[in-house]
Design a protein around this ligand. Structure first.
Ligand code: UFG
Length: 320
């Protein structure tokens, strides 16, 4: 039986991936410092260490008995990274370096890593291919790119087998026996949970209506968290010694903020209260993934559409 260490397994995407690994018969160890994750989000059946990837001793303990790693643990808010770049560099790059050193020491060389579309920066060409020149426009994207570059070196020099999965916009939730695994960010900055939490008193703020897009609002490529988690399991199977692959995960299409609001109104059965405000700093106008590489290399493609993401997110938020 294969045991996988999942760093950040108490978070939204990490926890969902842990649940899927357990369902498919893997043994799982979780390492999470719970700075943004929640201990009660770690699915039952996983061995849980509460600690930081910056702490080599706890990383070593957590790696015991594992033959692969899925690495989610990271700070992941674009806006916060602009305010606190050192926190992001220390945690995301420094923490990954500790993890990779400990893996090397323990003779574990198979790793799937969460990377981000934020590595690409602004792109005139859409959909974005993995070969697109990376020009991150914020510290978060810079740290994710730096980690990808560390892995390229480790694969070349230490024969690691690595896949970086570059997520576009992740949404939705997963139902498990004990309830829903869902987004629990504080403060919440992501569009779909904010749409679903909007009230007449606290309406959704639509950031910018003067973008160069069909309806003036930003366009993003949304992917369901369960589809995304499934790609991680496929990536584990696709790892090859000495090779570092970078693979986008999205849907290959995009929705504007207004379209997300309209679809959400339809799903929940009431008009989402919304106001139009200025652009948010750091937002690119359009981000759409090319997912041809995920299709060919992982045999993966998304199976759940925007309505299903919104519907699952809505059920999960109204259930907790
Ligand atoms: N938006 C609003 N109102 C809100 C929240 C968001 O109008 O209350 C808009 C944003 O301005 C943006 C779009 O909705 O145009 C999506 O915003 P999110 O905050 O949901 O997601 P981002 O695209 O900013 O970022 C997400 C992840 C990043 C990742 C990026 C890659 O949070 O980590 O996707 O596509 F880098």
């Amino acid at each position: 039986m294969s045991r996988v260490l999942v760093t950040g397994g108490a978070g939204y995407i990490g926890g969902t991936t842990v649940a899927l690994l357990l369902q498919r018969g893997f043994e799982v160890t979780v390492l999470d410092d719970c700075s943004t994750g929640h201990a009660d989000s770690v699915p039952a059946g996983a061995t849980f260490y509460q600690g930081s990837i910056l702490d080599g001793d706890v990383v070593r303990k957590a790696l015991a008995g594992c033959d692969a790693v899925i690495h989610f643990a990271a700070k992941s808010l674009v806006g916060e990274s602009v305010e606190k770049p050192d926190l992001y560099r220390n945690n995301n790059i420094g923490g990954s370096q500790v993890l990779f050193d400990e893996m090397d020491g323990a003779g574990i060389s198979r790793i799937v890593v969460s990377s981000s579309a934020a590595t690409y920066g602004d792109s005139k060409v859409q959909p974005i291919l993995e070969t697109h020149k990376a020009h991150p426009t914020n510290p978060y994207g810079e740290t994710k790119l730096a980690v990808d570059n560390l892995l390229t070196d480790l694969c070349a020099e230490e024969n690691f087998a690595a896949i970086s999965l570059r997520y576009f916009n992740v949404a939705g939730a997963m139902k498990i026996d004990s309830g829903w695994l869902t987004e629990r960010h504080n403060p919440e900055t992501h569009l779909i949970p904010n749409v679903l939490k909007a009230t007449a008193d606290k309406p959704l703020k639509i950031f910018g209506t003067d973008w160069d897009t069909k309806d003036g609002t930003c366009i993003r490529d949304y992917v369901h968290v369960v589809d995304l988690a499934d790609a991680h399991l496929r990536a584990l199977d696709a790892l090859k010694a000495g090779a570092h692959e970078i693979i986008n995960l999205g849907s290959g299409g995009g929705y504007s903020v207004r379209e997300v609001v309209t679809t959400s109104s339809k799903v929940v059965g009431y008009e989402i209260p919304a106001v139009e405000v200025d652009r948010r700093a750091g937002d690119p106008a359009v981000l759409i993934a090319s997912i041809e590489k995920a299709k060919s290399m992982l045999g993966w493609e998304p199976t759940r559409d925007l309505e299903s993401m919104i519907s699952d997110a809505y059920q999960s938020l109204t259930a907790v």
